[in-house]
Design a protein around this ligand. Structure first.
Ligand code: SAM
Length: 967
């Protein structure tokens, strides 16, 4: 090798370029043609210019110079051709490499400069003929110009002569000449590729960017694919995704693959997953498996590896995928504005092993990568400009960080490519684990058991992929690796139902234990090994797939048909709903016993320490803590030969400890002590169609607030804490939903502790808010005042059914109307309408039901408490307000969310043309009561009553609101 020793190795994409023989031959042929034309044409031209042309004008001098540079350039071409035909191997030594590079570039630049000089000469000849005439006699100017350009170019390019431009690539056994620059030649990047072969130009740019990026974390990380790529040679690798970004990332990495987009419809219910990444992983799995199953049947070839991926954005517990329209994009982007969010890409690698009997064994390895991205505060103008660019439409979360969307981003923590669509680095590490760190089957109890069950044996060929076992977990290349099996790729069942308890890290990873414990239920405890294999029988056709599962205590075979949902998936859904009450009660109990507060002040306590502090049994505490870990509320850490220790999860620290600014502690207490007893009498409530206060609390109550809550200080305080905590969490979003600068005074009817009122005054500096609530409630409200009170918030005690309402420009009804009977709702709305003067507004904040009344569950489940009121859809609320002359002008969604639900806001204005009397509206409601309607039917009703379109944005609502303005 002639090149100096190189400390840096090249990435695979670059190596692949040097191995591309076809292209190098094609370029060499082109160079040969150019050489022939160059020598012939320029030789003739030189002869004519030197010997057949007189006088030697400035133009002719420049032409001679130009021909000379072109001829000199031509003389360098044979060396370049030979170099390329030798597979980019330079054998003439570093000096010759430097010299020819100098010749190449000197002539190129001199040629350009000469053409510039000719142009100037022509320009002067035409535009400034007099000046030109004076100078043209002096040919020396032209000659000096030529010598000057040669001199300048040679001085500038002189360092090329003193630098070794060769580079050894031991992996390919070649030495390049000026195709790879060593890192000491450029100040910032690790390895930069230059472009004597023009085809490399674009590729190089990508590589430079990528190399720079990866080098920030670890240079060695970039190399893990290198030994793997040769193992993949000759294998059919399939990408089950049509995303151009994923395609580009993998192509740039030098991976050769076919693209077979998955037909899997991304319709998995997100509610089934405890954490957003589980959803992304499951979708990736389903995409990859669909292609892996389809190919042997439809394409009549079995891939060796299928790669599936799914990228989602998660913010405030919500999963954002691709926006369906501009409004959706707006909703997404405004929910990201000014906040940090997570981008998760779930990746599934399906390894297909064709067996002799035409069966195919599938093994699945999945993992995910999380990258945190912070958006700048986005103005409305900026948001819409970006949305109107069209870029958000096919991108998860509504933005593309690699393009215009990059301008919205303040910082990125983690793998940038993960945000673009594929976590290349993590993927390479997983491939490396699969292909280069294989453990023999005898060491792999679970897998060997599984494989023997499927009649397949671990291959003797080490290039054959093999499941990685828990025994390898300590060899993780990264302690923060987010493979579901921590370091080792999780090899798992293909069914969505077989969701793993995918707490991060080895301690909680089910793979670590070699088996998973499914939810305990009346169906019996089931404990399955994670490793499953799926055998497809092409002759059975695409519809039939056999899933063989390996229970650790006996074998179970389940046959699934692709035209129906897998049975296990349905069961999982039922089991999750069935067990929902256990999860709720575990949360309530942990909260009630102060577990989250304790672990906040003493993280790292074990079960007996916690038990002592909360005055409970060790056994019970241990079960409770483990259950909370499984629900993602706590985190546990294993300690060698000792009991595990516990600490709050981020979720618990933010929302469950009682002193957290966004604590839901008060609301959880209310659910435990008030809602729970009511729901334990649900059967009677459904039979009788009434609330069950008497059965639950032993007291009759006509008015739930005055009779049930206000009679006991304890109950009243608990109720107030509940309202306060929800208002603290959701209030700001409601308050900020509208521009209320036109209003000076507001009255929050049933404003309780004033938490919502403070949110309004904070959001609107010109607004004063009067909190109007029952005297019994307001006498306790001082317990809830913020540290810094605001004299724009005042409190007036009264009963909104009996007493005169305080005068205000804007009336706020937050979570009020759903509690009351139609009669009382109409009475209250009439009172408000009467109190309103032209220009007044009404802001309504409630859970809005979907128009088809199929959701959100939160609203429909709340209706089961059988208060005298009811839950309504946006249209129903619109109709209700319309009865009092209020027209909805628009509905929008607030960006804050609660428990994955967003707030829907509608703006209404008074329709002075159609004032309905309270009686008329009561009659109308009486006719409609109890009927279920589609959105279309509601639209019909509305149009009959002269209402225009109400623009409703559907969300999973926690609180919905209307804005009404009296004209
Ligand atoms: C479900 S809470 C809503 C609290 C608050 N608006 C919020 O969103 O956080 C209902 C409120 O209405 C108040 N309320 C009930 N009946 C009332 C009445 N007749 N007059 C005034 N306030 C009443 C209750 O005391 C309670 O504070």
């Amino acid at each position: 090798m002639t090149g100096s020793s190189n400390s840096t190795r090249l990435d695979n994409a670059t190596l692949a370029l040097f191995q591309d023989d076809n292209t190098s031959v094609a370029i060499s042929v082109i160079y040969m043609v150019i050489l022939a034309v160059n020598l012939g044409g320029n030789g003739l031209s030189m002869w004519l210019l030197l010997f057949r042309t007189t006088p030697k004008s400035t133009s002719i001098i420049f032409m001679i110079n130009l021909t000379f540079t072109d001829l000199a350039l031509g003389t360098a071409l044979p060396f370049q051709i030979a170099y390329q035909l030798r597979g980019y191997h330079w054998h003439l030594g570093p000096r010759m490499c430097s010299f020819l590079t100098l010749v190449f570039y000197t002539n190129m630049y001199c040629s350009i400069l000469t053409m510039m000089a000719i142009s100037i000469d022509r320009y002067l000849g035409i535009v400034r003929p007099m000046l030109f005439r004076r100078n043209r006699e002096s040919k020396s100017i032209a000659l000096i110009s030529c010598f000057l350009m040669w001199g300048v170019v040679l001085i500038v390019l002189h360092p090329l002569m003193t630098t070794d431009l060769t580079f050894d690539i031991p992996e390919l056994g070649i030495t390049t000449c000026f195709d790879v620059l060593k890192k000491d030649m450029l100040p910032t990047t690790v390895v930069v590729l230059s472009t004597p072969s023009w085809r490399l130009a674009k590729q190089n740019q990508a590589n430079v960017e990528q190399t720079t990026r990866v080098s920030r974390s670890s240079l060695t990380d970039t190399m893990v694919l290198n030994p793997v790529i040769s193992k993949l040679a000759g294998k059919l690798v399939v990408l089950a995704s049509a995303s151009p970004r994923r395609l580009e990332i993998l192509r740039n990495a030098g991976l050769r693959f076919e693209v077979v987009p998955s037909w899997f419809k991304e319709t998995i219910d997100k509610g089934l997953f405890r954490a957003p990444h589980e959803y992304a992983v499951e979708t990736a799995k389903q995409k990859a498996l669909e292609v892996a199953r389809r190919m042997p049947v439809k394409h009549l070839k079995t891939p060796d590896i299928v790669i599936g991926a799914d990228t989602i954005v998660a913010v405030d517990g919500m999963i954002l995928e691709k926006p369906v329209d501009k409004c959706d994009a707006y909703r997404m982007l405004s929910s990201l504005s000014g906040k940090e969010h997570s981008v998760f890409t779930g990746v599934a690698i399906v390894l297909c092993h064709e067996k002799e009997n035409e069966e195919v064994d599938y093994q699945l390895i999945d993992f995910y990568e999380e990258t945190k991205v912070k958006f700048a505060d986005l103005s409305e103008d900026m948001l819409w400009e970006y949305i109107n660019s069209g870029e958000p439409m096919d991108k998860a979360g509504g933005y593309g960080i690699q393009a215009l969307g990059g301008m919205l981003v303040e910082y990125v923590h983690g793998d940038f490519l993960n945000v673009v669509g594929f976590p290349l680095n993590h993927f390479c590490k997983q491939l490396d684990l699969i292909y280069n760190h294989w453990t023999s089957p005898s060491e792999q109890e679970n897998v060997s058991l599984h494989l023997s069950h499927n009649g397949s044996h671990c291959p003797s060929d080490v290039t054959q992929p093999s499941p990685i076992l828990s025994t390898q977990c300590n060899q993780s290349p990264s302690s923060s690796a987010k493979s579901n099996s921590s370091l080792s790729p999780r090899v798992s069942s293909p069914s969505a139902s077989q969701k793993h308890n995918s707490q991060d890290g080895p301690a909680s990873s089910p793979v670590h234990k070699g088996k998973r414990k499914d939810t305990e239920s009346e169906l019996g405890e089931s404990s399955w090994t994670l490793v499953n294999s799926l055998s497809t029988h092409p002759k059975d056709g695409p519809e039939s797939t056999t899933v063989q599962q390996m229970p650790s205590r006996g074998h179970v075979s389940v046959t699934e048909h692709e035209d129906s949902q897998p049975i296990t998936e349905d069961l999982q859904r039922i089991v999750e709903v069935m067990d929902g009450f256990k999860a709720s009660k575990a949360l309530f109990t942990a909260s009630d016993l102060g577990v989250f507060d304790l672990l906040q002040s003493r993280p790292g306590s074990d079960a007996s320490q916690v038990a002592q502090e909360i005055k409970a049994s060790v056994r019970g505490t241990e079960c409770l803590l483990e259950a909370c870990v499984s629900l993602g509320l706590l985190k546990s850490k294993e300690r060698t030969c000792q009991r595990p220790v516990y600490e709050n999860s981020d979720l618990a620290a933010r929302f469950l400890r009682s002193s957290a600014p966004l604590s839901l502690h008060g609301y959880i207490q209310h659910c435990n002590k008030t809602v729970w007893p009511l729901f334990s009498h649900l059967e009677s409530a459904v039979r009788e169609g009434t609330h069950q206060h008497e059965k639950a609390f032993g007291k009759k109550s006509k008015d739930v607030f005055q009779d049930a809550y206000c009679n006991s200080q304890e109950v009243k305080l608990r109720f107030m804490r509940a309202m306060h905590s929800v208002a603290e969490v959701t209030g700001a979003a409601v308050a900020e939903a509208f521009d209320l600068s036109g209003y000076k005074t507001a009255c929050d009817l049933g404003g309780c502790t004033g938490a919502m009122a403070y949110k309004f005054t904070k959001a609107h500096p010109g607004l004063s808010v009067t909190v109007f609530d029952l005297p019994a409630i307001l006498e306790m409200s001082e317990h809830f005042q913020p540290l810094h009170t605001d004299n724009r918030v005042s409190f007036v005690a009264g009963d909104f059914f009996k007493d005169e309402l305080p005068k205000a420009d804007l009336y706020i009804l937050a979570r009020i109307l759903h509690d009351w009977s139609d009669e009382k709702v109409h009475f209250l709305l009439r009172k408000i309408a009467d109190a309103c003067t032209p220009g007044c507004g009404l802001l309504l904040s409630e859970i809005f039901l979907d128009e088809d009344r199929r959701g959100p569950s939160r609203g429909l489940l709340q209706a089961l408490s059988m208060s005298e009121g009811k839950q309504r859809s946006a249209t129903e609320y619109g109709l209700l307000l319309k009865n009092y002359g209020f027209i909805t002008t628009h509905v929008t969604t607030t960006k804050e969310s609660f428990c994955g639900c967003a707030v829907l806001i509608a703006e209404t204005v008074l329709d002075t043309q159609r004032p309905y009397s309270a009686l008329q509206s009561l009659n109308m409601l009486a006719q409609t009561e109890g009927m279920e309607r589609t959105e279309g039917q509601y639209a019909d009703i509305l149009s009959k009553h002269g209402f225009g379109n109400i623009n409703v944005v559907r969300t999973m609502n926690f609180l919905d609101a209307f804005m009404a303005v009296k004209m």
